[in-house]
Design a binder for this molecule. Structure first.
Ligand code: 13P
Length: 365
């Protein structure tokens, strides 16, 4: 294992306030998103869409690394230049999704286990030779009555750790993604408890499998209330480190402001409790949040806590960067420029959020 290279790559992925762009949707997921916009679900449409993304002028100013999918890493621009070459030329580090998807966990209705360990060593070697320098594996944890079970958390944490060790052996920085899903009517507090339990288990397993923490990136969910949870009513005091913030109904903040406040505080508090300082960076997934909310929440975390945190707080968004661009493009060549502008705008907003300099006014420009 070349420890030095792993550490250098991991640091580069979170350097200069840049973040990651996930464009590694599997074909079924990509097709689902295309179908909603009446875009043909073909190899060529997927290729054209990914060409739009990787050729967006100046993408490398806000994006340090791009996560590709097996189909995409082998694709080319219409002129024959490989996407890998385009990205490398733009100073963007290519990464690759290597799990083969979340499948039903036997004997655990409603729970999933991510597969893909069989033959992984060989696949990682090939991806490294192609030019990839980091990889991603997503585990999925659902919240519901009696869920998640201990066995689901432990099985997924174990698989993440085995994947991460294999990545480092192959010279690839593992992005370790345990996603606690937003679906459901659970409270913010329940998401906090589950997220902390999952992260604790993940780091126990990573240590067990001898994963070099300095040579990995954690990709967690933000701590959020369930999508169908009732509006928040409580008066709460939340504290992080030595700082205390009161969140009161009498503050008369609009719901959204109050929500951004709480999510930022509780997310940082949970990470503080569970993520070792040796990890160089934490890059959030967006998980179905609106693009603006994802930026606002990341911004507030950095604005309030950046100077006190041992790790960089960054982004590794798919939907929260791509969705506006996809909706503008809609499969039409005439819309490519406007779609690229929308993509770059979201990437820039998130780079500003890493500095704590994102404002709502940026959305008006
Ligand atoms: P979202 O930002 O859309 O959640 O996707 C991130 C990701 O890469 C999921 O694995």
């Amino acid at each position: 294992m070349n420890t030095e290279n792993l550490i250098t790559t991991a640091k580069a992925l979170v350097a200069d306030d840049k973040g990651l762009l996930a464009m590694d949707e599997s074909n079924p997921t990509c097709n689902k998103r295309f179908a909603k916009l009446n875009i043909p679900q073909t190899v060529e449409a997927r290729r054209a869409y990914r060409e739009l993304i990787v050729t967006a002028p100046g993408l490398g100013e806000s994006i340090s690394g791009v996560i590709l999918y097996d189909e995409t890493i082998r694709q080319q621009k219409l002129d024959g230049t490989t996407f890998l070459k385009v990205l490398t030329k733009a100073g963007i580090i290519p990464g690759i999704k290597v799990d083969t998807g979340a499948k039903d966990l036997a004997a655990h209705p409603g729970e999933k286990i991510t597969e893909g360990l069989d033959g992984l060593r060989v696949r990682l070697k090939e991806y490294f030779q192609m030019g990839a320098r980091f990889a991603k594996w997503r585990a999925v944890i659902a919240i519901s009555e009696g869920i998640p079970s201990r066995s689901c958390i432990e099985a997924n944490a174990h698989a993440l750790a085995r994947y991460a060790a294999l990545c480092q052996e192959a010279g690839l920085v593992p992005i370790v993604e345990p996603e606690v899903l937003m679906d459901g009517d659970h409270t913010l507090e329940r998401c906090r408890v589950v997220t902390e339990e999952v992260l604790r288990n993940v780091f126990i397993q990573l240590n067990c499998q001898r994963v070099l923490l300095e040579g990995m990136i954690l990709k967690p969910n933000m701590v959020l209330p369930g999508l169908s949870s009732p509006p928040h009513q409580e008066v709460k005091e939340v504290g992080v480190g030595e700082q205390q913030y009161q969140v009161r109904l009498s503050d008369r903040q609009p719901d959204e402001e109050r929500d951004i406040d709480e999510v930022a505080d509780i997310t940082v508090k949970s990470l503080w409790r569970t993520v070792p300082a040796a990890v160089p960076g934490i890059a959030f997934l967006s998980g179905g949040q609106s693009a603006e909310l994802a930026s606002a929440r990341l911004n507030l975390m950095n604005l309030r806590f950046k100077l006190q945190l041992p790790w960089a707080l960054s982004f590794s968004f798919a939907r929260a960067i791509q969705q506006p661009a996809l909706e503008i493009w809609c499969g039409q060549e005439a819309n490519i420029k406007a779609a690229q502008q929308a993509l770059l705008h979201r990437a820039e907003c998130n780079r500003s959020a890493r500095r704590g300099e994102y404002t709502a006014a940026m959305e008006m420009t």
